[in-house]
Design a protein around this ligand. Structure first.
Ligand SMILES: C[S@@+](CC[C@H](N)C(=O)[O-])C[C@H]1O[C@@H](n2cnc3c(N)ncnc32)[C@H](O)[C@@H]1O
Length: 362
């Protein structure tokens, strides 16, 4: 199957021995019955948090969080502590951790079971994963490379306690000067930090500084604005009037961009920092299992699952920021968007970009 894959676009200024997977054009399955849509679909207010286990974990996390870690709480969801002078938009609770883990799964599938595409050497020793979230990438990397030491950082201690011995997690705000010395890491991994970075040039400059000469930095970002190529998403859909509207407008309100691809932040920052052999690969992430291509259909189902698993987590803070705290209509929009996410006749996708580059030897 891999023969039929190619990236939707690629620009390169060097050569790489490890070619990333190619992506087939996304073609929709014809006349598929929308079995989920045809079922009676009732919106359940607590659907995002409806497992008994999930609520136990959440309530115990909430009590620890509020007493010791001083997390911010918005309508029952916990967010990073106020001690960081940033305003990151998703919660740090178990519900969101699940979505981060599902996201990791679809991105790994997209890369045909690879954790990265930069041509790092097998004897990689020291790795830094900025904004590690649940820590799942760091943990998987550490398992694949037991001789490497992996450090994952985040605003929130939302990583598991039981991890491979060669992984450790640290709390650090990546928008502040990084604590590591120059030339410290063989590989710096940056993924899904859209909405978190006020200055991409400064961010990538810090990644360059801590990378040793000859080492690599890889950035993966998704533009969460939902698009389609065949007009299947109507202008009055919640995908457009709710989701896209929130992500169109929130960046201007909180001072970080949610459109890294539109502005080409990654590639231009890599060039400005001085990397060489920069490679850029773009993919489309389908939403739902509508593509005919088997792998892309599977990727799309996990993208859909990530969103459905925590639609509230992705939209609550953006809604309050863009529309005003507790503005009416939120639950109705969530409900409508859930129905649309289940509708296989809507051929939505988001765009994802991988950029990597090498720090020159001298
Ligand atoms: C969407 S998650 C991605 C997690 C992980 N990189 C992955 O791809 O699996 C974004 C993570 O970035 C973290 N984050 C946001 N702003 C940050 C900052 N200023 N410094 C460090 N981490 C940050 C969030 O707490 C969250 O865990």
């Amino acid at each position: 199957m891999t023969d039929s894959w190619r990236p939707t676009s690629a620009r390169s200024s060097g050569s790489s021995p490890l070619k990333p997977p190619e992506q087939a054009e996304l073609v929709a399955e014809p006349d598929l019955e929308d079995e989920l849509e045809s079922q009676e679909y009732q919106y359940d207010d607590d659907r995002d948090r409806d497992s008994a286990l999930g609520s136990d974990i959440e309530s115990s996390a909430n009590s620890i969080a509020s007493s010791i870690l001083e997390y911010r709480i918005i309508q029952g969801r916990t967010y990073h502590s106020d001690r960081h002078n940033v305003n990151y938009f998703t919660p740090n609770d178990e519900q969101q951790v699940q979505s981060i883990d599902i996201t990791h799964h679809y991105l790994t599938l997209l890369l045909e079971d690879r954790l990265f595409i930069a041509p790092i050497p097998n004897h990689v020793q020291s790795v830094l994963d900025i904004g590690t979230g649940s820590g799942i990438w760091s943990i998987d990397f550490a398992e694949q490379y037991p001789n490497a030491q992996v450090i994952g950082t985040d605003l929130s201690p939302m990583q598991p306690m039981w991890v491979p011995p060669n992984v450790r997690f640290e709390l650090e705000d990546c928008t502040q000067p990084w604590s590591w010395g120059d030339d410290s890491f063989d590989f710096v991994h940056l993924r899904y930090l859209f909405g978190a970075i006020p200055d991409w040039n400064e961010f990538i400059r810090q990644a360059y500084r801590v990378t040793r000469p000859g080492g690599w930095v890889q950035s993966c970002e998704t533009e969460v604005i939902i698009q389609c190529d065949d007009g299947s998403i109507p202008p009055d859909s919640a995908l457009k009037t709710f989701w896209n509207k929130l992500y169109d407008e929130i960046g201007g309100k909180i001072g970080t961009s949610f459109k890294p691809l539109t502005h080409n932040f990654q590639e231009s920052a890599f060039r400005a920092a001085g990397f060489r052999d920069i490679e850029v690969y773009d993919y489309k992430l389908p939403i739902g299992g509508w593509p005919t291509d088997h792998r892309m259909s599977e990727v799309g189902q996990y993208v859909q699952l990530t969103l459905l698993n925590d639609l509230e987590g992705y939209t609550l803070m953006p809604w309050n920021t863009v529309m005003g705290d507790n503005a009416p209509g939120y639950k109705e929009n969530l409900s409508q968007m859930r129905r649309e996410l289940h509708n296989r006749r809507l051929h939505g996708y988001m765009r994802t970009r991988y950029v990597y580059g090498q720090k020159p030897e001298s």
